[in-house]
Design a protein around this ligand. Structure first.
Ligand code: GLU
Length: 292
């Protein structure tokens, strides 16, 4: 196998919370135990939602938790040319099409019904670009490192947006182009992204890009049973090492790594050294859990 290359790829629409910590920590431990490379990529493709202040806080939070990345930080905001080139290839292959429909127009359907596939419904109006999920790789099957065989028909998920009507690139296209460009071969991330993976596999196939290994982590739920997220105001992680210690310990517990009790008040560097040496991803078999 080629040398391990992993990454953490937060969207700076807010500071990191406990759910993001477990994703960052698992991908960091997996990379470090393999003696691999661990990159930080800031997915700031949507300028109004993403601010440089949030990016700065995210870096300070990761640093407080000892999650130090290798090499320069990659930013998506200046990758327009690469995404455009990928979109052009998809258009040339007949796998991307312009779409004038608004969500309101198809709100009674579970997924976008593909009305613009053969011709734009309302020519002259602004268009988004969508993926022809029906013409790409189908079914999509991969061996997830936690979930085993995953099988999806992307056409049942719909024609994902690749570029939005108001301009920004969509996550699906940007993530695939950058993972390949950065040589990422191991993706460790939350199971909330599981049903995005089929579109990403279709894009890799259409663009002739290598296929990384996937490891989708259990979701971290709040005590109301909902996924921890910025939208439901999960508390931001601290930016001081002292305050990071107990949360890092909790994150190791949440990842089923069974850290010894003495480690609870140890420095983040001591906790991480133990965790890298003892990282056992196979322990993460079971399902979603409640965050502390
Ligand atoms: N930027 C995405 C997020 O913050 C994660 C991307 C990924 O890990 O593929 O949810």
């Amino acid at each position: 196998m080629s040398a391990y290359r992993g990454r953490f790829a937060p969207t700076p629409s807010g500071p990191l919370h406990f759910g993001s910590l477990t994703a960052a920590l698992a991908s960091f431990l997996d990379a470090r135990q393999a003696g691999g490379h661990w990159a930080l990529r800031i997915e700031d493709i949507d300028p109004p939602r993403c601010s440089p202040e949030n990016t700065d806080i995210i870096k300070r939070q990761l640093t407080a938790f000892g999650l130090c990345w290798d090499g320069p930080v990659r930013y998506q905001h200046d990758r327009h040319a690469a995404y455009q080139q990928a979109l052009n290839r998809l258009i040339d292959a007949g796998l991307a099409y312009p779409c004038s429909c608004s969500r309101r127009q198809w709100q009674t359907h579970a997924i976008y019904p593909g009305w613009c596939r053969d011709a734009v419904c309302e020519p002259g109006k602004p268009v988004a670009w969508r993926l022809r999920s029906d013409l790409g790789l189908r079914p999509v099957i991969w061996q997830d490192r936690r979930l085993g065989t995953c099988r999806f028909d992307p056409a049942e998920l719909g024609d994902s947006v690749l570029k939005r009507k108001d301009g920004p690139w969509a996550y699906q296209l940007a993530v695939v182009v950058d993972d390949a460009d950065q040589g990422i071969n191991q993706i460790v991330r939350g199971a909330d992204l599981l049903d995005n993976t089929p579109w990403q596999r279709q894009l890799q196939h259409a663009l002739d890009l290598p296929v990384p290994h996937y490891f989708h982590l259990p979701l971290m739920l709040g005590d109301d049973g909902h996924k921890l997220s910025k939208q439901n105001l999960a508390p931001a992680l601290p930016v001081s090492e002292q305050q990071a210690r107990p949360l890092l310990f909790q994150a190791l517990i949440a990842l089923d790594q069974l850290p010894p009790h003495e480690l609870a008040s140890a420095s983040v560097d001591e906790q991480l050294s133990w965790a890298i040496a003892h990282w056992t991803p196979e322990r993460l078999r079971c399902n979603d859990r409640i965050a502390p």
